[in-house]
Structure formats: structure tokens, C-alpha cells
Write a protein that binds this ligand. Structure first.
Ligand code: FAD
Ligand code: NAD
Length: 476
């Protein structure tokens, strides 16, 4: 039902920061009738990140994996408010959030405050650069829609510039050298998508420069995909060899300039040497760092002083040392990897917890009312006492909510050439598989996990379109 948001002074105000995996999983299951729900995020849509690497080459169009948050909220039983804004400060003492509209179009008011009774922080993380010089200025990240769009544009810019009349030979090699830093799943999936793009489309459209195209994946550790089993790491590395993706392991990037990266390689004898690698496109995928908003909140709470990777939370996802603040997803440290799977389970857990808390409070109030009516209506004492007992029994059951427990369903990653790797939970054990069948499993699993039927249809149509007509190489 299309209902207006009218704050009820009797209810607590629950503010949710972010519209990512954690916050949206919470909103999906939350009974908004119990609270005055306010959602704040600079992004007015949910983004299905697992398919973001496919948007960098146009295998999937970016709007197919976005779901407007206003659509999501519209389907709730009770209305919730959404503000498109960045939370710039959480004032812990005053229980107030400062928000700012940082989009291009601004009104006369673009900064204000939102008070809260309960707060859920689900702002995710930012890209780690480790302060390495030149990274922010010269590389592309792969976290948001605009990152994927920038990469898509830059790939084609490099290709068209390499094909420019009388282009210098060494310059063609540089422009067509695509370097990916970080051998985690983001870097691996992107490298695979990139190779596919060249092998399927660029090869056909610009055959004269295509043989000089090169992808290099740079990783500081001795192997890529550390979270996968040894067998799948080996499979990925051998598949990359076949796809002519060069993996440079034990190679730590130290500096980035506009046309080169400088890295330290540790040789088999343990000796270190410096190399300079020219590149046309550089994609930086070295994992997560804590957002300034979260760092600032941590500095206001003494119990968070030893936490480095984000807000330390207890087993109910309460921010340790804080009152009325919960955290989910990549900004929370609960002892799990920063994945969509963890974030969405945490969000769903908080929804159950809050729905439960509301029920408990309602029961509590009823017990109090009945207890006070005992004095007014002594004739009905037996009846009222039995009702109180029954309510208290319900209350004990409600209060007995189990702590958050993460259930790992497995890890999946696309590695190019229509192959994927999967480490999945299987009848109390683990099943590791890699190859074309796993790729079909990857496709069907991600299709079924898309946010809405609309997303599913769009993604399936994009796949068919790219297969039949090839990827669209127009540079926007
Ligand atoms: P996010 O989903 O990042 O959402 C954070 C939200 O907070 C966003 O809406 C953002 O706009 C908002 N926000 C940011 N700053 C502020 C602010 N100041 N105020 C208010 N709101 C703010 N995980 C998997 O399990 N499987 C996968 O296959 C997988 N593939 C991935 C592929 C890529 C390319 C990437 C980058 C990640 C992938 N992940 C995957 C990881 C997964 O996306 C993250 O773990 C997940 O998004 C974390 O969810 P979150 O809700 O904590 O943060
Ligand atoms: P990651 O943290 O998993 O990997 C980053 C890699 O970069 C590490 O292996 C690290 O050793 C390397 N690195 C760091 N600094 C370096 C340097 N200076 N030079 C060279 N290498 C360097 O990061 P990610 O791949 O972005 O993933 C982030 C999170 O999202 C992870 O939890 C991951 O599991 C999740 N994710 C999952 C999937 C999937 O399941 N398919 C896909 C993408 C992301």
C-alpha cells in the first residue's frame, strides 16, 4: 500500500545507514510498523555486487543489477523514510546523525541532523590503498557502479588509442597492457571478464591489434584466491595460464605513476628486486579499509580503541561499549570475512531481533497494565493472574533469542573462459569443483540470488544479448 510516512511519537526512531547487502537484508525482513524507520544512504539503490565485474565489459548492463531503494521500501507494510545523503558524523553523546547531500543537485538546505533512538550502521567499507603513492590518482577501483562504468570507458579508450594511425609500437603494448593489482576474488573475476571480452569481441572487431593485448594480475602473497582450497587455487592458476593471463605472485606494488607501476618482487631465493611495469589500464582491488565515518565513531567509544578493522560487535551485533547502536556487514568486525553472504545474514538477524524486541516490549507493557488493573478489579484477580502468567511465559520465550550464527554456504568465483570455481558446503562436508559445469552452477546461483524478478530477467537478457550480438563496444 502507498502510505505516507508519519512519525509516531509513541514509537522509537530506528535509523539505518546504508543501502547495501547488510542494511537491505534488514529492511527486507523488518516489520516497519514497530518503529519510525529512517534510511540514509548516498546511493538510492541496492547494488548486486557479485555481478559488478561483468559490467566492466558490458557483458551485463549496470542497471540490470541495481534495485531502487524506494521500490524496496514501497513494498513494506508500513512506510519508511529515505534520505539520499551521506552520514558525515554520528554524534554518540547526543544520539544525532549529521547528514549531507553530496550529489550534484543541491537545494538551499543540504546539511542537517537526524536524531535516533536506535541506530544500525551498515555503511560498508572503502577501498584499501595502504597509502601507496599514486594509487588514488591513477587507478580505477571496482566497488561501485561508477567504477565499473569508468573501467568500461577506459578499456575502450585504451583500445581506440592503440589503434590510432601510426601509433608507436611500444605505446601500443603499454596501452593494451591491463594490470590488475590484488589477487582476491575481485581481481581474479575482473581479469577473467577482461580476457573474455578481448577473446570474444575485440579480436573480431579490431584483429590487427588484438594479439598484443595482455592482462597481468599482481599479487603480494604466494598465491591468488587465498580463501579457496589449494586444488581450486591451482586450477585457477592453470586456467589463467591457458587464457594468457600472467600472474605475478610475491609481487608487492609500492608506487603508481600515470603510466607505470613499481613493484617489489621476492625471488625463489628470497632476494628482493624492483620492477617497473607499464600499463594502459590499472585496476586496484586490494580489499577493504575503514570509512572515516566509522573511524570517527570508534574514536568516540573507549571500548573500540583496540579495534582496527571496523566496529567490534558482540554476538548480537551490538557495537561494543555503545548503547543503542548495532553494526552489520563490512563495517562490523564479528569474526567473519567481509562478504555479501555474511552481511545479508547479519541484516536478516537484526530484523528478527528488532521484530522480537518490539513484541517483547508490547508484552511487557501489557503485563504492567494487567498488574496495575489487579488493584482496580480485585474480583477478577484469578483471571488476570492467569493471563499475566501466560503472557510472562510468552515473554520468556520471546526474550530467549539466540545469538547471531553465520552459516557459510560456500565460495564461488568466475575465472573466465566460461569456467568458475566453487567451494560449497555439501552434506556436512565440503565440495570443491572447477570448470564449465561449475560455471553453469555459478550462473544459476547468481541469477537466483538477484534482488528481484525484474533484475533476474534483465541479467538473463543481457547474457543472451552479449552472446548473440557481442558486447557493445561503444565508448560512452
Ligand atoms: P555495501 O554493500 O558496500 O553497502 C554499503 C552502503 O552504505 C552503500 O549503500 C553505500 O552507499 C552506503 N554508505 C557509504 N557511506 C555512507 C555514509 N557515510 N552514510 C550513509 N551510507 C553510506 N561477496 C560475496 O559474498 N559474494 C560475492 O560474489 C561477492 N562479489 C563481490 C564483487 C565485487 C566486485 C565486490 C566489490 C564485492 C563483492 N563481494 C561479494 C563483497 C560484498 O559486496 C560486500 O561484502 C558487501 O557489499 C558488504 O555489504 P555491506 O552492506 O556491509 O556494504
Ligand atoms: P581481498 O582482500 O580478498 O584481496 C586483496 C588482495 O590484494 C590480497 O590477496 C592481498 O594480498 C593483495 N594485495 C594487497 N596489497 C597489495 C599490493 N600492494 N600489491 C599487490 N597485492 C596486494 O579483496 P577483494 O578481492 O576486493 O575482496 C574483498 C572482499 O569481498 C573479500 O572478503 C572477498 O571474499 C569478497 N568478494 C567475494 C567475491 C566472491 O565470492 N566471488 C568476489 C569479490 C569479493
Amino acid at each position: 500500500p502507498d502510505v505516507q510516512f508519519i512519525p509516531d511519537p509513541e514509537k522509537k526512531t530506528l535509523v539505518v545507514l546504508g543501502t547495501g547487502w547488510g542494511s537491505v537484508a534488514l529492511l527486507k525482513k523488518l516489520d516497519c510498523a514497530n518503529y519510525n524507520v529512517i534510511v540514509i544512504s548516498p546511493r538510492n539503490y541496492f547494488l548486486f555486487t557479485p555481478l559488478l565485474p561483468s559490467c566492466t565489459t558490458g557483458n551485463i548492463e549496470h542497471r540490470s543489477i541495481m534495485e531502487p531503494v524506494r521500490q524496496i521500501l514501497r513494498h513494506k507494510k508500513a512506510a519508511a523514510k529515505f534520505y539520499e545523503a551521506d552520514a558525515t558524523k554520528i554524534d554518540y553523546e547526543r544520539k544525532v546523525i549529521k547528514i549531507s547531500d553530496n550529489s550534484d543537485v543541491k537545494g538551499t538546505i543540504n546539511e542537517t541532523e537526524v536524531p535516533y533512538d536506535m541506530l544500525v550502521v551498515g555503511v560498508g567499507a572503502e577501498n584499501a590503498t595502504f597509502g601507496i603513492p599514486g594509487v588514488r590518482e591513477h587507478s580505477c577501483f571496482l566497488k561501485e557502479i561508477r567504477d565499473a562504468q569508468a573501467i568500461r570507458t577506459k578499456i575502450m579508450d585504451c583500445v581506440e588509442t592503440a589503434a590510432f594511425k601510426d601509433q608507436d609500437s611500444a605505446e601500443i603494448d603499454r596501452l593494451l597492457h591491463m594490470v590488475v593489482v590484488g589477487g582476491g576474488p575481485t581481481g581474479v573475476e575482473f581479469a577473467g571478464e577482461l580476457r573474455d571480452f578481448f577473446d570474444h569481441d575485440i579480436q573480431k572487431l579490431i584483429p590487427d591489434i588484438a594479439p598484443r593485448f595482455k592482462v597481468t594480475l599482481v599479487e603480494a602473497l604466494p598465491n591468488v584466491l587465498p580463501m579457496f582450497s589449494k586444488q581450486l587455487i591451482d586450477y585457477t592458476e592453470s586456467t589463467f595460464k591457458e587464457e594468457h593471463i600472467e600472474i605475478k605472485t610475491k609481487t608487492m606494488v609500492k608506487k603508481v605513476t600515470d603510466k607505470t607501476i613499481e613493484a617489489e618482487i621476492t625471488g625463489p631465493d628470497g632476494k628482493k628486486s624492483l620492477i617497473t611495469i607499464p600499463y594502459g589500464l590499472l585496476v586496484w582491488a586490494t580489499g577493504n579499509a575503514v570509512r572515516p565515518l566509522v573511524k570517527d565513531l570508534m574514536s568516540q567509544i573507549p571500548a573500540q580503541k583496540d579495534s582496527r578493522r571496523g566496529l567490534a560487535v558482540n554476538e548480537y551485533l551490538v557495537v561494543q561499549g555503545a548503547r543503542d547502536i548495532w553494526a552489520v556487514g563490512d563495517c562490523a568486525v564479528a569474526g567473519y570475512a567481509p562478504t555479501a553472504q555474511v552481511a545479508s545474514q547479519e541484516g536478516a538477524f537484526l530484523a528478527r531481533l528488532f521484530n522480537n524486541m518490539a513484541k517483547t516490549e508490547a508484552l511487557d507493557t501489557k503485563v504492567k497494565e494487567l498488574s496495575s488493573s489487579l488493584n482496580v478489579r480485585p474480583g477478577n484477580a484469578a483471571e488476570i493472574t492467569s493471563e499475566i502468567e501466560s503472557l510472562e511465559k510468552q515473554l520468556r520465550r520471546q526474550k530467549d533469542i539466540k545469538p547471531f550464527h553465520y552459516s557459510h554456504q560456500g565460495s564461488l568465483a568466475y575465472i573466465g573462459s566460461e569456467k568458475a570455481v566453487a567451494d560449497v558446503a555439501w552434506f556436512n562436508g565440503n565440495l570443491a569443483s572447477g570448470g564449465k559445469l561449475t560455471y553453469l552452477f555459478w550462473r544459476s546461483a547468481y541469477l537466483s540470488m538477484c534482488f528481484s524478478t525484474r533484475n533476474r530477467v534483465l541479467v538473463a537478457m543481457d547474457w543472451i544479448k552479449a552472446k548473440v550480438y557481442g558486447r557493445d563496444v561503444s565508448r560512452e
